[in-house]
Design a protein around this ligand. Structure first.
Ligand code: ADP
Ligand code: MG
Length: 247
């Protein structure tokens, strides 16, 4: 079986400061993967480098054996919420439509069919009643759900979400993880950056543990081990205590 994602020897630096060193791993199709590690570990950098949004010093990335360029329209990316300009004047519906039809341009009016599909995707995340709102007027959880709707509208095969659960309400978190699990059951591959360890056991079937270097990668029960975690979080034992409570 072809890997959904293959990452080989990726190095990234910012102005000479190394952010990622020699990161290699692969992900099977249909996996729901958590990317974990402490703040500043390079999780966001990894996603951006995989998607060619920032340059790599070295390394190779393949999606279903192909280059990102060829696969772009099959890939959905939901950036870290804090990195999005929420003052940008756009309605919820338009955010979903423009997200799924990047070639439409600002001056062409979307067709009925496109609007109907966008509304269907908003309904899936429980946001159909908010379609005329400005995205800046939504709560964190609602914004995150709209961005998931946009990713759904795109009919992507591979999804990258950067910290989708930060600063959102419990109901939105539940809606989002439910949809991600359903997508993965339907064969979609999903990578989710998640900066703390609570719930990783419930949420993911594979983990990538990062702290500039790859500390571990594989099935959750193989990776969610005290030695791996203490290496990644370098002795921040409160996380490990939490893990023991969970087990
Ligand atoms: P994480 O998402 O795991 O918190 P990041 O990928 O955002 O980590 O950052 C990894 C490291 O790279 C950090 O030390 C951060 O300060 C640095 N970094 C991230 N983005 C930039 C940037 N645009 N310019 C310079 N340094 C950056
Ligand atoms: Mg980050």
């Amino acid at each position: 079986m072809d890997s959904a994602l293959t990452v080989k020897n990726v190095f990234v630096s910012y102005h000479g400061n190394e952010a990622l060193r020699d990161v290699s791993f692969s992900v099977d199709p249909g996996s729901l993967v958590g990317i974990i590690g402490p703040n500043g570990a390079g999780k966001s950098t990894l996603i951006k480098a995989l998607l060619n949004l920032i340059p790599k010093d070295q390394g190779e990335v393949k999606i279903y054996g192909k280059n990102i360029k060829e696969m772009r329209k099959f890939i959905a990316y939901v950036p870290q919420r804090s990195h999005i300009d929420w003052d940008f004047p756009i309605t919820v519906l338009d955010a979903v439509i423009i997200g799924c039809y990047p070639t439409l341009g600002l001056f062409k009016r979307p067709k009925k069919k496109e609007k109907a599909w966008a509304l269907q995707c908003l309904e899936k995340v429980g946001m159909q009643d908010f379609s005329k709102r400005q995205i800046g007027e939504l709560s964190g959880g609602q914004q995150q759900r709209v961005f998931l709707a946009r990713a759904l509208a795109q009919k992507a095969q591979v999804f990258f979400l950067d910290e989708p659960f930060v600063g959102i309400d419990a109901a939105s978190e539940e809606t989002i993880i439910h949809i991600l699990k359903e997508l993965s059951t339907n064969g979609k591959t999903i990578l989710v950056v998640h900066h703390d360890l609570s719930k990783v056991n419930d949420y993911f079937d594979q983990l990538i543990v990062l702290n500039k270097e790859l500390i571990g990668s594989g099935k959750i029960d193989q990776v969610l081990q005290a030695d791996v975690l203490s290496k990644a979080y370098s002795g921040r034992f409160s996380f490990l205590d939490k893990l023991e409570v969970q087990a």
